[in-house]
Design a protein around this ligand. Sequence first.
Ligand code: ARG
Length: 483
Amino acid sequence: MTDAPTDDPASLRHADAETRFSGTDGRRGPVGGRFGLPPSEEFQRFSSSLAVDLRMLDEDIDGSLAHATMLGEVGILSLEEAEQLREGLEQVRHEMNSGRWVPGDDLEDVHMAVETRLTEIVGDVGKKLHTARSRNDQVATDVRLWLRRRLRILDTALSDLVLALLERVERDGKILMPGYTHLQRGQPIFLGHHLLAHAWPLARDRERLQDAMRRIDRSPLGACAMAGTPHPIDRERSAEILGFAGLVENAMDGVSARDHEQEVAAACAICLGHLSRQAEELVLWSSSEFRFVRVGESYATGSSIMPQKRNPDAAELLRGQVAQASGAFQALLMLTKGLSLAYNRDLQDDRRPLFDVVESAIDSVRIAAGLWRSLTFDAERFEDEMRGDFSLATELADLMAQRGVPFREAHEVVGRIVRWCEERGENLGALTSDVAQEFHPRLHGDLGPWLDPRAAAERRTSRGGTAWSEIERQVALLREDLA
Ligand code: ARG
């Protein structure tokens, strides 16, 4: 290092920087020895992942604790050194979580922040922690740990949402409602049937995430930069300490793979898509045009100008979450497009979309459960709507089919009956037995029982149909799944 002329402030800064860069430095990773100049401030800011990384501080510490323990056990460090590191790491965790120590912006990422503070606390032994490790396997481990924890939380939240729907089925499920296709009245169904159609996709969301968990639950720790290490490490041991079910077998894959993140983002986006469909119906059903349901006050908002408003904002926000989620999935998918092996710095940008999509899913699922529990369904409104519509047209066709008329022919006849009613401004109730027989001789006898929506719903006892016995069977299945 040369002496800088003291009268030149620029050189002074330069010389000062050189001095500071002569050792380990967190600003460009621990690479002080290699560089004579610090990174430009602008680049340093661009390059830092610290703000996002702090969301996985605990996971980073946990990974380091396991690594230190393993290094001690295999004799790469002495047991005392490992213990010193562990104590120091716990102190760093405490200081950083409580805000007693705040990493400077000059630290590139959470790994450098923790190591820097650790070395300040424990001294030179802190510099041994990084033996047989790279930030590449560190970050891969941290993210997997982060996902494991969050996916467990998400699973619990999803179970509770399914439960909220099942409770609603048990409470309001016998309300009759028009079942829709194309948002046009189709056939009478029980509200419970409709609610269960929202519950099953959530059960599949749980399955999808549990399945992704099997691939997440493998430790990449010990992959080091990508080639492994000559040190006699025990990867199984650090994996065991961290509670991983297994190892990522190939070191290069361990630091490069992000498909588990893409998979989680996709599963979260799909789940948020399910919430979006539920939410849209609640928005629609709570409108004055439908008035099927009232959103609880704790999940509704007013308007700053229109005093009468009771807006279903919670549902609207839920409806919208899938937009960002699908962006997150796209971002993660594109991040690895054409990316050569192994670690590349592009990969640093995985965390923001990943963390955001998972946290959005957790928050949304919880809000959805609260929202469903807050609702008041209006049985009369639903059932009012069942009078005077043509939802029972299929019933008449089914009746004829049962009496031997080919279904296609029956369909045609009932179509003409509907047109006849419409031309008279009537509904199927206008269909006296005499009139009915003019349309087709098999439409004899009292049609009354066939034109009762509740009876029509109850007749649909085929597996998965709307009959109450089928609803009860499905509730039991879903409850069993939750148990
Ligand atoms: N902050 C980096 C990341 O998140 C850590 C790994 C850095 N590795 C490297 N070779 N620069 O991806």
